[in-house]
Design a protein around this ligand. Structure first.
Ligand code: FAD
Ligand code: SIN
Length: 537
């Protein structure tokens, strides 16, 4: 089955929905493909809020400076400046479609504070900012007749002119012509024709055993872009959030950094507040520093977690400001007004990704990327808290402006013949256990060998194991029909390879990449880059 649109948007988080709305408003037909239900995304779980300059006591220079400091010398200053500067206007548009940020009794925005920020500048909706953003955007999208939203459609791979011609080296005429997607409920692969594909598929937290991310975060867009021959950058910079709720089930519910913004203190197994010993900003130091400090304290004491203490704030305030965190902890028998919260670091955010410019364009004509999937240069070696939602919405707007121009000058794809998926290979499945086993092995390998503190030896160990898994899944992929778990595993293996390859490229410790063999920072900061030759399936 074949469908044709002006623009395909993969993903229905803040990036994809914001972009789709802007493009449809220009008069183009848009298909949004999302692999589960429409609201399921990292966006939906965002707690702290959006970092944006709105108050008279704040300014762009201060937000820029905090971002650069957190990014540890690797941010692109021009990108930081432009994204920070575009923030207020883009956020105003979110407000115009019905998003209601929390306000104080006087009616002013109730600005939150998080690690690495020198000022209160985080707009939030209590501790459920992401859910409110999703609701507002999904409502606006539902009112737009030019947008068709396909739930349970799993994007498999971008189709390009070079792939169709089986070219081994990139040609000057290479461009996007469409995309294969699995209709999950019907178990059949559909071909979409379009000259533009926007990858807004989010991050890759699921490559680690312990993560704050929901199941959808399997790095699909990064893997797709990589397979299409597009450059991937800085994948070694995986951000571990310092404070995920410790539980024996392995789930890692986030305890927002905003809790520390309201005065919470980290304590070790002996009950001592330890962050002063690591950084002058103590509990509000940038995330890489706090996560490493917790890791060190846990290794020193042998305890499975540290404690987060907000017991000096009264219960009424905590219930009102952090209703979700309060209730979630309460269900587990923790009253955060009286009890300390057991917390551990967990994989949280993918700072690297698909290399794009400030218009969300990749080097492949017609392929765009925005949101967590992309690497614009904003985050450098460590993302500043709450800069992710900001980047996603700003880059969605910028991408839409570029796509408008691209389509006007672009070529049609309707004359291009794309082979049907079933003609490319595949067969019946008889050993699904391989997929389940390899999922677990991959995520544990990444957690044990490519975590907060790294060594070359461990990275090389991980590299060998991932290569074995890659070979096994590659054979499996070619011989059996596809399903979401297999497709996700194939993507996660690509992600793991990218993280380890980038980590091995970096002979220094910078930001989130801390490696025992190279403890110092090099004088000149450089991005790590990986690219490969594309194949048709
Ligand atoms: P997502 O919101 O993750 O959306 C990705 C979409 O792509 C989903 O709809 C998914 O189903 C779809 N998708 C993926 N692969 C495919 C495929 N193959 N085919 C079809 N569809 C696909 N950042 C902040 O700035 N402030 C915060 O307060 C904050 N809090 C956070 C709290 C938590 C618990 C987490 C996990 C993250 C938080 N972040 C926060 C990070 C932020 O939420 C994300 O970086 C951001 O929401 C990413 O938005 P996105 O649109 O790029 O991707
Ligand atoms: C949080 O609320 O701590 C998450 C904020 C972020 O990831 O930016």
């Amino acid at each position: 089955m074949t469908r044709t649109f002006d623009v395909l948007v993969i993903g229905s988080g803040i990036a994809g929905l914001s972009f789709a709305l802007k493009v449809a408003q220009q008069g183009h037909t848009v298909a949004i493909l999302t692999k589960k239900t429409r609201a399921e995304s990292n966006t939906n779980y965002a707690q702290g809020g959006i970092a944006v300059v709105t108050s008279k006591t704040d300014d762009f220079a201060s937000h820029v400076s905090d971002t650069l400091t957190a990014g540890d010398g690797l941010c692109n200053e021009k990108v930081v400046l432009e994204i920070v500067r575009d923030g207020p206007a883009c956020v105003k548009e979110l407000v115009s479609i019905g998003l209601k940020f929390s306000r104080t009794d006087s009616g002013a925005y109730d600005l939150g504070r998080e690690g690495g920020h020198s000022k209160r500048r985080i707009l939030h909706v209590k501790d459920m900012t992401g859910k409110a953003i999703e609701e507002a955007l999904l409502h606006a999208v539902s009112q737009e007749p030019r947008i068709a939203l396909f739930e349970h459609f799993f994007a498999i791979d971008v189709i390009t002119a070079d792939k169709l011609a089986a070219r081994k080296t990139p040609s000057a005429s290479n461009r996007v012509v469409g995309l294969y997607a699995l209709d999950v409920r019907d178990s059949r692969v559909v071909t979409f024709h379009a000259p533009v594909v926007m990858l807004s598929t989010g991050g890759a937290g699921q490559v680690y055993l312990y993560t704050t991310n929901p199941d959808i975060a399997t790095g699909d867009g990064i893997a797709m872009a990589y397979r299409a021959g597009v450059e991937i950058r800085n994948m070694e910079f995986i951000q571990f959030h310092p404070t995920a709720l410790y539980s024996l089930t392995g789930e890692r519910f986030l305890i927002s950094e905003a809790v520390r913004g309201e005065g919470a203190i980290l304590r070790n197994a002996a009950g001592e507040a330890f962050m002063r010993g690591y950084h002058e900003l103590a509990d509000l130091a940038p995330r890489d520093i706090v996560a490493r400090a917790i890791d060190t304290e846990m290794k020193k004491s042998g305890a499975p977690h540290v404690w987060l203490d907000i017991t000096h704030r009264n219960e009424a305030f905590l219930k009102e400001r952090f209703p979700q965190i309060y209730q979630t902890c309460r269900k587990l028998g923790i009253n955060i007004a009286k009890d300390m919260i057991p917390v551990v670091p967990a994989a949280h955010y993918t700072c690297g990704g698909v290399a794009t410019n400030l218009s969300a364009e990749t080097k492949l004509a017609g392929l765009y990327a925005c949101g967590e999937v992309a690497c614009t240069g904003l985050h450098g070696a460590n993302r500043l808290a709450s800069n992710s939602l900001l980047e996603a919405v700003v880059m969605a707007h910028r991408g839409a402006a570029s796509v408008g121009k691209f389509i006007k000058t672009g070529k049609s794809v309707s004359e291009i013949k794309i082979p049907h998926w079933d003609d490319l290979g595949g067969g019946d499945v008889d050993e699904r256990v391989v997929v389940a086993h390899n999922w677990d092995e991959l995520r544990r390998t990444m957690w044990d060998y490519v975590s907060i503190m790294r060594t070359t030896k461990r990275l090389e160990r991980a590299h060998t194991r991932i290569a074995n898994l890659a070979k096994e899944i590659h054979d499996y992929y070619w011989n059996f029909s596809v399903d979401p778990r297999l497709l996700e595993l194939r993507n996660l293996i690509e992600i793991a390879e990218l993280v380890v390859t980038c980590a091995l490229q970096r002979k220094e410790s910078r930001g989130l990449h801390a490696i025992v063999d190279y403890p110092k920072k090099l004088r000149v900061a450089r991005d790590s880059r990986v690219c490969k030759t594309p194949a048709i399936r």
